[in-house]
Design a protein around this ligand. Structure first.
Ligand code: GSH
Length: 212
């Protein structure tokens, strides 16, 4: 059975966003059973955990002594075991993988500066001055993504791990109206979030972090 490592506690802003959610979702789509290991702050700094995740981050997985970190890589690994995530056809597979990279390497870096300003420097004068630039960068990328999506239901027509990772990245903007401003992206986000596998993953994630 796969063990998925996630933090034992999260700050409020990360509940519903932390990257264990994307792994849970992939595992639910793939129909693979898994168990959670919740990592305490002390354990994060232990040599044992660092051997699993060198940067002391989550997520990581372990299965029969095989260990993997980096959410994109974990999604690829799980995706290899499920046509629902990574198609078998080589060209379709390459396109699905490309969207995973686009999510973590093009869209997420565009979003990150705004997140830093909004979550960690709220109200600070210098942050207010930088916010419109940060927003403009995101708007440009989201518009480009919406054009690429066009009228298709999913980035490649049918759902792949690329849609999954893109959705988890776009969710990072939930405190803004930037995704809503692109109706096709908003519809894609809602379509992906409506998938039963996402809903099961979210319920499992929230059960860990929601106050009792
Ligand atoms: N590139 C990594 C990023 C992992 C990451 O940033 N995880 C966050 C939680 S969602 C974390 O562990 N933050 C604490 C830290 O960076 O020390 C991945 O995709 O797995």
């Amino acid at each position: 059975m796969i063990t998925l490592y996630a933090f034992k506690a999260l700050p409020a802003f990360a509940v519903g966003l932390a990257r264990d959610l994307r792994i849970r979702w992939a595992l639910e789509e793939a129909g693979l059973p898994y168990q959670m290991h919740l990592v305490t702050p002390e354990e994060v700094n232990s040599p044992g955990y660092r051997a699993l995740q060198p940067f002391g981050q989550i997520p990581a997985i372990e299965e029969d002594g095989f260990r993997l970190f980096e959410s994109g890589s974990i999604i690829l690994h799980i995706g290899e075991r499920s046509d629902a995530l990574i198609p078998r056809d080589p060209a379709a597979k390459a396109r699905a993988i490309t969207w995973i990279f686009a999510a973590v390497n093009t869209i997420e870096p565009a979003i990150r500066p705004l997140l830093m300003l909004d979550l960690f420097h709220t109200g600070e004068e210098w942050a207010k001055a930088q916010r419109s630039n940060a927003e403009a960068t995101i708007k440009k990328r989201l518009n480009e993504l919406a054009v690429a999506l066009g009228d298709r239901a999913y980035l490649e027509g049918s759902f792949t791990a690329g849609d999954l990772v893109m959705t988890t990245v776009l969710r990072m903007l939930r405190h803004t109206d930037l995704v809503e401003a692109e109706p096709r992206l908003q519809a894609h986000l809602k379509r992906c979030e409506a998938r039963p596998a996402f809903q099961r993953a979210l319920v499992g994630h929230m059960a860990v972090y929601e106050p009792a």
